[in-house]
Ligand binder design. Structure first.
Ligand SMILES: Nc1ncnc2c1ncn2[C@@H]1O[C@H](COP(=O)(O)OP(=O)(O)O)[C@@H](O)[C@H]1O
Ligand SMILES: [Mg+2]
Length: 342
């Protein structure tokens, strides 16, 4: 690929220093992805301009006018503190007619809404847990007749396991009402309660716009969870490295899935990617129950791109090193057929 001028958009508080050296883990852990992406793009020989973004669109527009980038590398996850505005920022980039990496606005909107995405998947007969939604301000009065405990209560629109802990799994109406109110109050979004699927937790990474590359299924497991704790990806499991070591969090190639699932899972990941109109790169979260049935938990467009995390690791096992992966993501950004291109 020719040398590109790439404007990397990231949250202002996550703009990394030039080196990780001498910094404590809790510090660099926050902006490791930004650091890895900037370094990776530089290693490819591109002209890389990092831009910290707060809540002002003019900063983006000015930088685009000043630098005339060939491509925006989009690492923004929210705007005005709202996850649902991730798609609005990308819409803005399309209106400015700049190519960008990652998912298009419609895919972000569909996949970012945990209720709407499951409705779309149901149309495609893709198996997802049954659920109910409580808008902000609505209290739980009774259990919808189609739902069975245990349920797991989550934000309907936030990611990164925001608001997810062991207390998210509820086993009666009182716990459900309490946890829905908790999500409304402390996450500040609508709340969704899904049937809790016991089983193995597997994620599948997908790269592409029209032609898709699917990486091998990746599994999350635990060596030493405390007794009584369910093996779920809580916020601590995802982000707290000390806690990860304590409970022995493991991620790696899902072994012994059997020939049928090995065949079926990549096809399923592709169908989900297409059903939700995703583009660029995404990770599909699934659970496999005791009968070997896959259930989709959610699709994550623009997933974590840290070197050494699930997406990059599973790509690496198929012979795509980190820098090459970033290069492919750039190529997909340039190639995406946005409506403004005609
Ligand atoms: N229906 C479910 N059954 C079992 N576990 C679930 C279910 N929904 C979520 N979880 C657990 O909670 C984690 C986070 O949920 P997820 O829907 O992926 O939200 P996020 O967008 O925050 O990643 C999952 O990785 C899984 O461990
Ligand atoms: Mg998830």
């Amino acid at each position: 690929m020719r040398r590109l001028r790439i404007l990397v958009l990231m949250h202002a508080e996550l703009v990394p220093p030039d080196s990780l050296e001498g910094l404590p883990e809790e510090e660099w852990n926050r902006w490791k992805m930004e650091f890895d992406v900037l370094a990776g793009l530089e290693s490819l020989g591109h002209e890389v301009i990092g831009l910290g973004v707060e809540d002002d669109l003019r900063v983006i527009r000015n930088a685009i006018e000043a630098h005339q980038p060939h491509l925006v590398f989009n690492l923004l996850m929210h705007f005005h503190d709202a996850g649902v505005y991730d798609s609005a920022v990308v819409s803005y980039l399309e209106l400015l007619r700049v190519p960008y990496t990652g998912c298009n606005p419609r895919g972000l909107l569909l996949a970012g809404d945990k209720a709407l995405s499951k409705k779309v998947l149901a149309y495609h007969r893709i198996n997802a847990p049954r659920f109910a939604l409580w808008r902000r301000g609505k209290q739980v009065q009774r259990l919808p007749s189609r739902l069975r405990f245990p349920l797991i209560v989550k934000s309907a629109s936030e990611h990164a396991s925001t608001g997810i802990s062991q207390a998210s799994i509820v086993r009666d109406l009182d716990q459900l009402a309490e946890r829905v109110a908790f999500v409304h109050r402390s996450v500040g979004t609508d709340a969704i309660a899904e049937e809790y699927i016991e089983g193995r937790e597997v994620t599948i990474s997908v790269l592409g716009n029209e032609r898709l590359t699917v990486f091998p299924p990746w599994e999350l497991s635990f060596d030493s969870l405390p007794r009584g704790a369910e093996p779920i990806a809580t916020a601590r499991v995802k982000w707290d490295r000390k806690y990860q070591r304590k409970v022995g969090v493991h991620t790696g190639r899902a072994e012994d899935l059997g020939p049928e699932l090995e065949q079926r899972l990549p096809r399923l990941a592709r169908r989900i990617f297409r059903a939700l109109d995703l583009s660029g790169y995404a990770r599909i979260d699934l659970r496999i129950d005791a009968e070997g049935r896959p259930w989709v938990l959610e699709a994550n467009p623009n997933p974590d791109l840290c070197f050494g995390e699930d997406f990059a690791e599973s790509a690496e096992t198929t012979g795509i090193p980190y820098a090459t992966l970033l290069q492919r993501i750039c190529g997909l950004g340039l190639g995406y057929r946005a409506p403004w291109k005609g």
